[in-house]
Design a protein around this ligand. Structure first.
Ligand code: DC
Length: 214
């Protein structure tokens, strides 16, 4: 059976870029779990649901239909691929992802993909909560400055109000929230291979991961 590769780490560490290339190289599927949380955040905003209203979000999760196809993500039939990539959705997804009901609602979808095998799955808890029994678990990191720079480059095309300082502040806040929540926080465990991508090219990171695969 094809395996499962989990890649966790903070925003801007390069998980998405690296995971996509890796998945292509190996003929695996790619699952961006952050996009799932962003999709829920987008729908909650559409429905004017307060991000602290856990029961309403739990109800939303029972109804919502999230699908991935050809690199696009759709929520209840609407293509939200670009709409979920704003700083606002980054912040909102981080807030709602701290709620156990939201995590529970997305768990089965992620877990089912892992059990089928042949997947590169990336996020904050893929190696700790979604697929803890995995043999190929990685933690991808970079300095705060480098991560903010990368995220700012992505954002500036879409958001003329974005600045490097604001992006860095947002990332700092999000890192703190994602790492300190009670429910499946972002953390590096001893069975994960740690890679600092600050001074590495994407190609070098991919090579390191390929070299570690068992
Ligand atoms: O990776 P990202 O920036 O697209 O993720 C958006 C938010 O979703 C992130 O701040 C925290 C949450 N998230 C999570 O809680 N667990 C995951 N496995 C992936 C993302």
């Amino acid at each position: 059976m094809k395996g499962v590769i989990t890649i966790d780490g903070p925003s801007g560490a390069g998980k998405g870029t690296v995971s996509k290339i890796l998945a292509k190289r190996l003929g695996y599927q790619y699952l961006d779990t952050g996009a799932l949380y962003r999709a829920v955040a987008w729908k909650a905003r559409e429905e004017n649901i307060d991000p602290d209203n856990e029961p309403a979000l739990a109800a939303l999760l029972k109804e919502i239909d999230i699908s991935f196809e050809g690199g696009r993500i759709c929520v209840d039939g609407t293509d939200v691929t670009s709409a979920i990539r704003t700083a606002e959705m980054g912040e909102l997804s981080s807030r709602i992802s701290a709620l156990p009901a939201v995590r529970a609602g997305l768990f089965a979808f992620q877990r089912a993909m892992c059990l089928e095998g042949g997947v590169v799955i990336e996020g904050r808890d893929t190696g700790t909560a979604v697929f803890p029994e995995g043999k190929n678990k990685f933690y991808l990191d970079a300095t705060l400055e480098e991560r903010a720079r990368r995220r700012y480059e992505e954002l500036m095309a879409r958001d003329p109000e974005a600045t490097l300082e604001k992006t860095m502040d947002d990332i700092k806040k999000r890192d703190a929230r994602d790492s300190s929540r009670d429910s499946a926080p972002l953390m590096k465990t001893e069975d994960m291979i740690y890679i600092d991508s600050t001074d590495l090219s994407v190609k070098e990171v991919v090579k390191k991961i390929l070299n570690h695969l068992t």
